[in-house]
Design a protein around this ligand. Sequence first.
Ligand code: IVH
Length: 697
Amino acid sequence: MYSGEQILNLKQLTDQLLQSTDEKNIAQQIESLKKVLRFHEYRYYVLNDPLISDYEYDQLYKLLEKIENENPQLITKDSPTQRVGSSLNDGFETVQHLVPMLSLENSYNADDLIDWDRKAKELTGLNSIEYCIEPKFDGASISLIYENDILIRAATRGDGVEGEDITNNIKQIRSIPLSAPFSEYGIQQIEIRGEVLMSKKSFAKYNDWLVEQGSSALANPRNAASGSLRMKDPKEVARRGLEAFLYHVSYYVNQELSTHNLRLTTHDSSLQMLWECGFRSPQKEKLVVKGIDEVIKHVQDFEEMRDTLPYEIDGMVVKVNEFALQEKMGMTTHHPRWAIAFKFKARQATTKLINVEFQVGRTGAVTPVAKLNPVAIGGVTVTSISVHNEDYIKEKDLKIGDTVLIERAGDVIPQIVKSLPELRNGTEAEVEFPKDCPVCKSKLFKEEMEAVWRCINIECEAQVMERIIHFVSKDAMDIKSFGEANVRKFYDLNLLKDIPGIYHLDFNAFNTIEGFGKKSIDNLQAAIEASKQQPLHRLIYALGIRFVGETTAKTLANAIENLFDLQNKTEEELKELEDVGVKVAQSIFQFFRNEQNIAMLNELQKEGLQFKNEKREIVAAGGLSGQTFLFTGTLAKLKRSEAEAIAEQHGGKIVTGVSAKLNYLVVGEDAGSKLEKAKKINTVKIITEDEFLQLVK
Ligand code: IVH
């Protein structure tokens, strides 16, 4: 897309724009800003290889936004600022595709592919055919129309003939360019097809967030992607981190004015054009081969490495490469004859739902768990699956005795996709939700607007045990060789009754426990001892405060000197912290109002756990990871941009204003209002340039 020389020029232009306040030619400055922002979006979202920091990108973006606000007549449709639609989607209009969106024929093994190749040879009259093979992306399909190089419409697949207009939401996906130079290829209007995906990483993050909010996790990234495309608020879509691959040109109007060498004669050349126009097409993932034997080998090899990809694919698509041959082969009403999907081994299976049991979690939430007839999917035998809550059971129409379709997407925890009511024989039973806690028998409660029933007896054995399990777990205090099974064992043997009990276990009593030799006792003792040195953010997370996940725990740890500082914070003060909303602030505040919790913290402090923020030590060890910086006043030794770059190189983050989220304010000469403001927030550390240089030394 960009030549080496262009890249150098654009980087140079970026630096100039970041530094200069030259406002002579507004129109030209806007053009330059749009050009460099588009370039950096491409580097970041398509190539995954940014050339500037997020902070620098934001600076340029804000500059463009400012100039455009002052000169609204100069705003163009393809300006990067125009992605962010302010209005909500008010329903989605039905629109007609220029060419129907067909499906694909499926194949499942080498014989199916050999059959298909034989038909292809008959239809074309050739002995051997050139094929282009690419991944079959497992997302939601979309169709985009560009006219005169501008994205004018994006639609869902719908019924294949008509879809829904989702242009505003699609504009939130930054790997999709708002303008693309199709005119260089002689193209005035073009319709292209592709797939919107959520990467495995974004999906895991999104699911964690859903669960933290008290909602049910989604079964797979595909559902997450297609759900996101129809969201009312485009800003929400932007937050989901969606990606898009474009893999098919379905229609174009040719002006015969191409200034480009590339001729669109093969599928392969269309992928190349899309790539050169700035799209993420499977240009690097595709392979062109001759003859079906090579195809079979490649699709089988690719299946082996399917789990190493950052996104889900459910197979490969094999396409006849030459457009002339594609035309000769034609299509049915359902699929083109020139393409076939090779489906990987299913990660779905059907099985019987034998029973629903109820588990009490560490926050008292009662979770129904479906017990299944054991079934193998993707190399794992599944016997039980969480079915989240009562609403979920209703929504999925689950009954005991039902046949259910289950799915395991990659590393995702198995989920029930749906029940199959058509297979019922009348013996199926409704799932009865308990009124009392299945463990301590106290009455269950459900808050308004919540889907979850809770046991509110915090001494309920199940909750106590789950809290200890969480405390010792890998992401929390990471007490190796402790684990869930041991917590349950020690608890049942009356050796462990609460979290502080971990630190005064009676190891003499262990001699009588089966499977506990001297070595395992020594290991466990050492691991418990070592956990006392775990950093504060792990301890905060380990406490299991509702809605406080790992990220929030880090934010909290960064904002305090000592764990007990949280006890003195008001809900308002807590809300000022990044990502801390009303619910989270309330929950933290309540946690520190509970006497039993405070007694537990006192005991843990006595045991020597890390209650202090070890930030300064971390910094001394050379990492500013997660720390926020702001520079103010004139620095004597460094340019401001250099100082910021140094902070970022050491893992720090640059912020734009003084707030409780700021960790370090670095002050130079003539520092003004920022310094005054920072002095009022006692968590902000105010340091000189020399002190900053010491930090990063
Ligand atoms: S080509 C006319 N290529 O799979 C041919 N489709 O199961 C249009 N899909 O509807 C399709 N990856 O949404 C094609 N590399 C790929 C694909 C792909 C995913 C989707 C597409 C299609 C569905 C059929």
